[in-house]
Write a protein of this length. Structure first.
Length: 403
């Protein structure tokens, strides 16, 4: 099945994953100085600078932290006069993120020229290839010394003291000048060993959460995920990865292709509130020119650039979480407690006439309900009786007055 996920992948299955432990923490490429492996020494170099002008040069051996597996890489220095400290881990960092305030390596122009020197020098070129390109008179120590001096020129603004250098080794001066004069920024950036963007994203049930973009130097990666039932990993069109059952695991594969890929977390509409965790791991290429700085910014140690492509194992975590769409209930309309206002427009219908006089409503305002008999005659009868009583009382008083 075609998929935007163009790299080999493996998914842990949905229902089976619910009983599995949480995925491990995200792991960057971490290196430390390797004091068990001898460094490859170069010639000393001399710079025109106040204070110390003589510096040792070497290819620095490093150990990659690979969960107990030992892998070794070599690096050059990009920071003077900071010392490289033992047991201080360094982490991979993008260009422009060098912590030094005065370093020139944060300038893309200079970083690009450092990369050009690395890719055209030793050990990217072995001794035979180097001598074929630059001259067969140069030995390994001269290659290392001149390469490191040229890197410091662009990373730290150092200028070789040719007089002192020629007394130490004139071939270093010759190579240094060639590197500095010919170095150019070709506009290329070294690819991160592995990067996922974003590392966390939120969404709602019933939609695809993403995209999660994976940039890596690996030709294929393994993607594992802890997913609630019904949640899947898909491409941009919602197509799930092709899967093949393998016990309690599910293998998902896609064609190998570009090094930049993307995937989505597809959450069905009826899903409860929840989250999914993904982990991408691979054996990737740690490229020449990748910058390494102190993992802990409070610990000062020399920053380094990788001198030669090396294979390393790396993994990164990503996370998705979602909420549930709650449909608002329709509000019930309460019965009106008042009579709707009458229209301001005068009625054209003539008023209805009646032969019976209308009795005034007590308290005013509302008509009494009709009982089928008029109250007029009892009212008149009452008035007659009251009048008769008043007249009789008047006659009795007159007789008493005449007696």
């Amino acid at each position: 099945m075609a998929s935007r996920l163009r790299i080999g992948a493996a998914l842990l299955g949905a229902a089976a994953l619910m009983s599995m432990s949480t995925l491990g923490a995200s792991a960057d490429v971490i290196v430390e100085p390797d004091r068990k492996t001898p460094s490859k020494s170069g010639h000393n170099v001399f710079f025109v600078k106040d204070g110390k002008t003589k510096f040792d040069t070497s290819l620095i051996p490093l150990v990659v932290n690979d969960n107990g597996e030992i892998e070794k890489v070599f690096a050059y220095c990009v920071e003077l006069p900071t010392l490289l400290k033992d047991k201080v881990p360094l982490k991979e960092a993008p260009w422009g993120k060098h912590p030094g305030e005065k370093t020139q390596f944060n300038d893309p122009e200079n970083a690009g020229k450092v990369l050009w020197i690395l890719t055209n020098s030793y050990p990217v070129l072995d001794e035979k290839a180097f001598q074929k390109k630059w001259g067969d008179q140069f030995d390994e120590r001269e290659m290392i010394g001149a390469t490191q001096a040229a890197i410091w020129h662009f990373s730290d603004g150092m200028k070789l003291d040719e007089g002192k250098q020629n007394k130490e080794n004139a071939d270093v001066t010759t190579l240094y000048k060639k590197f500095v004069e010919q170095a150019k920024n070709e506009g290329q950036q070294v690819t991160p060993t592995m990067e996922i963007e974003p590392e966390s994203k939120s969404g709602k049930a019933g939609e695809k959460i993403g995209p999660y973009k994976v940039t890596t130097t690996a030709s294929e990666v393994k993607l594992t995920a802890k997913l609630p039932t019904g949640v899947t990993i898909t491409d941009a069109k919602g197509n799930p990865l092709a899967v093949q059952n393998d016990g309690d695991k599910v293998q998902a594969k896609a064609a190998v292709g570009e090094k930049v890929t993307e995937f989505f977390v597809n959450v069905p509409a009826g899903a409860d509130k929840g989250e999914a965790t993904m982990n991408v791991s691979a054996e990737a290429v740690l490229q020449a020119g990748r910058l390494f700085v102190a993992q802990d910014s409070n610990q000062k140690t020399q920053s380094l650039v990788i001198a030669k492509n090396s294979k390393v194992k790396v993994d990164k975590d990503a996370k998705a979480d979602w909420t549930v769409n709650v449909q608002p209930s329709e509000p019930s309309t309460p019965p009106s407690s008042s009579t709707p206002p009458s229209s301001a427009t005068p009625s054209t219908t003539p008023p209805t006439t009646t032969t019976s006089p209308a009795a005034p409503a007590p308290g005013g305002g509302e008509d009494l309900a009709s009982t089928g008999a008029s109250i007029l005659w009892p009212l008149l009868g009452g008035l007659v009786l009251v009048g008769a009583g008043v007249g009789a009382l008047f006659i009795v008083r007159r007789k008493k007055a005449g007696a």
